[in-house]
Design a protein around this ligand. Sequence first.
Ligand code: FAD
Length: 339
Amino acid sequence: MKNVLILIEHRNDRVIRVCRQILSFFSLASSHTDVFTINAFIYGEKINQNVYDELSKLGVHQVFSAMDDTLNHYNPEILSPFFSDVIQTLDQQYILFSNTAIGKDLAPRLAHQFSSEMVSDIIDISIKDGLLRFTRPIYGGKIFEYIQPEERVFVTIRANSFEETNLIRKMNTQINFVHSKKIEKLMYILKAATQKKESAQVLTEAEVIVCGGGGMKSKKNFEILYELADLLGASVGASRAAVDGGYISRSALIGQTGKRVKPKLYLAFGVSGSMQHAAGMSTAGYVVAVNQDPEALIFNFADFGIVGDLFQVLPLLIKELKKYKENNDRCINPSSDGF
Ligand code: FAD
């Protein structure tokens, strides 16, 4: 029997999407092979009962819960001792994180502390001879590497690599509370956290994404996309040309070397639709593309396409959405507005 321990992140009293996807994968695997015990570590100042309920619906055997007012903001110095205690006590073989900023920060710290192997940016997992075999893209996504560690390993998993499944097998989940540790001296203290405009919502969790490509032509022009995103309650993403042009930070990159996203609605402005970009957005629900080139590849993925100048289309779209919003007095919601 192999143990899997997953760091669970939660927001607005829900387990975040990428963690739900990871749990879905293991729950399904477990129901077929019965080789895994799924354990979860969760932390926060407060943890709502909904979060625990969600974990048990997703097949978690045991939850290790660190609830403390020092855990209101992520600080690895405070969180690591809680988590490493659980890892040690349970003797976990696979310690899994989502590829979020927190996962990417905490996983290598703990791997170093335990002198263990670390495998990052996993996009697929298979089970071979009772061991997990991880797949990850290397050399900018040109080839895939397969890794099958036999010892304890720390792993980060890319968002939207697995399907989220509804109820698989509800567990009678045991909740264990992990107690706080006195830390003598912190290297740094985080007092508050703010979100940058461009990541109003985490891209990998977003239901609506407005994406700008090289056709946006400047950082200043990206402001129009933020205005549209505000109206739609959307996140702003970008293609490589826009990131390389310095119009937006690399964290907004969608594609093979960027983020894999799965929104219900994806609007692309001045994006050519290269194979590498499509690798990150082809599982989007509805795709709307605006491009002046009728031959642009993005139209192969689009449900609705507009051949035209985005600098004419965008202001018109914003004007119409504002009108719609004034009449309806609310933000456009893709779940209830017919998407
Ligand atoms: P461009 O190719 O410059 O296209 C701009 C588009 O905008 C054109 O189609 C043009 O017709 C249109 N346009 C211009 N002006 C207007 C206007 N006024 N109105 C309407 N339309 C207009 N790319 C990614 O995006 N993500 C990745 O993760 C990624 N990984 C890569 C990994 C590797 C190993 C390699 C080799 C490449 C990778 N790329 C990636 C780069 C990718 O191949 C493309 O070069 C990139 O996606 C192009 O970005 P783009 O379509 O925005 O820009």
